[in-house]
Design a protein around this ligand. Structure first.
Ligand code: EPU
Length: 448
């Protein structure tokens, strides 16, 4: 990927739109990319050492470029050793703060607080801001860091943090937040004493980052009851780490195989990271098998309605919701999809309705559990009735995961859809056009 605009401006406009002609079963073989939600945190973790670190299996996506640009601003030397291998080395943090230009860009700067406090004693990092899927506050992050002794001043677009030395603490998270868990682990590995995080997130991407930290010399243990214990150490060393495969990309491609009635083999896919996805896919009529290099997915019988409730790991992840909702528009009967992680993650369905899908939203909790949103006015349950023939449409992507959902809808629709907002999709999926073409999709790019 060639990037010539400053990193924080890369999100400003689409480089191109997609034209997708539906109706072709997708067949073939693709390689899974490294996980965006692991590698971006692992790049931050490299700030914890003054020694060089090498990450393998790094996806070439805008989000990675953004984090590398942030690191470069702090003084990190970045060298691509090959297409998917990057060496990052921060012998010295030359400036302890990130510019406000990164405010609202992504959720990575707030994860730098711990490493930068250890290296510099103070920092100002830009705030992530809300987005189209919900408010996404950072109160758990800040509360945990305060418990570890950080002095925090919240500004309009940034947070100013100081700490002579972070100290271990017992932190009970109100909800198993992925970002807050990662933030506190990154702060705790070099803190004085022991930190215990209860109700922590244990998503595979979190565990992959813990494995990397362990190779760097950190002492971290994960209990079966979601308790993570970190004994602070004096220093961490450089590391070589291979990034875990992206289970969101894999599930999205699996859904593409099933929705188009094709068969896609995904090298690098691992069953253990997809168990709850595979259960749902199979119940609706999909099937999978292990191959020499990964997993293959296909449709085994006509698709039928199922119920889904998103949840924290090992539950059905919220980022698998969009591809399966689109697939459920092609399933016989009424499916109920209860979103319990984000309050506002069904906005994208309005454009599916315009294509002919029957999707009704409700504020009620229609899953097995009454979730955190049960007395609030959030449309967080969808009833999807199918099968509905979809017609091609002009679609505008509102966020990353909805983006792949729209691609799937276009792949199964009659006619040619034009998709804009592709910058959101390309932020988190590596070469989506090339991969879909490789399995036979009729997808073209046209200038934006
Ligand atoms: N929450 C709070 N306060 C906090 C932190 C979280 O109320 O301080 C709430 C959130 O508002 C949300 C819930 O807790 O309702 C879970 O949020 P979490 O912190 O787990 O999400 P995150 O760390 O911000 C990561 C991924 C998301 C993924 C979620 C859940 C990254 C960069 N993002 O977000 O991925 O959906 O975990 O697994 O890792 C994506 O890749 O498109 C994406 C949105």
């Amino acid at each position: 990927m060639t990037i010539d605009a400053p990193a924080h401006q890369q999100m400003a406009a689409d480089r191109h739109h997609y034209l997708i002609t539906g109706g072709v079963p997708l067949h073939g073989h693709v390689q899974a990319s490294g996980a965006k939600n692991a590698v971006t945190k692992q790049l931050v973790a490299t700030l914890l050492t003054d020694q060089p670190c090498v990450l393998h299996g790094v996806p070439r996506i805008v989000e990675v470029n953004l984090v590398l640009a942030m690191l470069a601003e702090l003084g990190t030397e970045v060298t691509w050793l090959d297409d998917h291998t990057v060496r990052v080395h921060t012998p010295e943090v030359t400036g302890p703060s990130l510019s406000e230009a990164y405010s609202g860009v992504n959720r990575i700067p707030i994860l730098m607080m711990g490493p930068l406090l250890h290296r510099c004693g103070e920092t100002v990092v830009p705030l992530p801001g809300g987005c189209t899927i919900g408010k996404r506050p950072i109160d758990f992050h800040l509360q945990g860091l305060r418990q570890m002794g950080a002095d925090i001043a919240e500004q309009l677009l940034a947070v100013k943090v100081r700490a002579d030395r972070l100290t271990g603490a017992h932190i009970a998270l109100p909800f198993p937040s992925v970002g807050a868990t990662e933030n506190l682990i990154l702060a705790a590995v070099l803190a004085k004493g022991t930190t215990v995080i209860t109700n922590a997130a244990v998503e595979p991407e979190v565990i992959d980052t813990i494995l990397m930290l362990q190779k760097m010399g950190a002492l971290v243990s994960v209990d079966t009851d979601r308790t993570i214990t970190i004994e602070g150490v004096a220093a961490l060393r450089g590391v070589q780490h291979h990034v875990i495969a992206d289970r969101i990309e894999i599930a999205s491609l699996a859904a593409a195989a099933v929705i188009t009635d094709g068969r896609i083999e995904i090298a690098g896919a691992r069953q253990e990271h997809l168990m709850s996805f595979i259960n749902k896919l199979r119940r609706m009529g999909g099937e999978f098998s292990e191959t020499d290099s990964g997993l293959a997915f296909w449709r085994d019988r006509p698709l039928t309605a199922i119920d889904i409730e998103t949840g924290v790991h090992p539950g059905f992840m919220t980022d698998w919701q969009q591809p399966l909702v689109v697939a459920l528009t092609q399933a016989a009967g009424t499916s109920v999809v209860h979103e319990t992680i984000y309050e506002d993650r069904f906005g994208y369905t309005s454009q599916l309705r315009a294509m002919g899908a029957t999707v009704n939203l409700t504020t009620q909790c229609l899953g097995a559990t009454a979730c955190r949103f049960h007395n609030a006015d959030f449309d967080h349950t969808a009833k999807v009735t199918g099968p509905s023939p979809l017609q091609a449409a002009d679609l505008t992507i509102p966020d990353l995961r909805a983006g792949f959902g729209y691609v799937l809808a276009a792949l199964v629709a009659t006619g040619t859809s034009r998709i804009s907002g592709t910058r959101y999709l390309e932020r988190g999926y590596e070469d989506p056009v090339g991969k879909l073409r490789a399995v036979g999709a009729r997808i073209e790019t046209v200038s934006a």
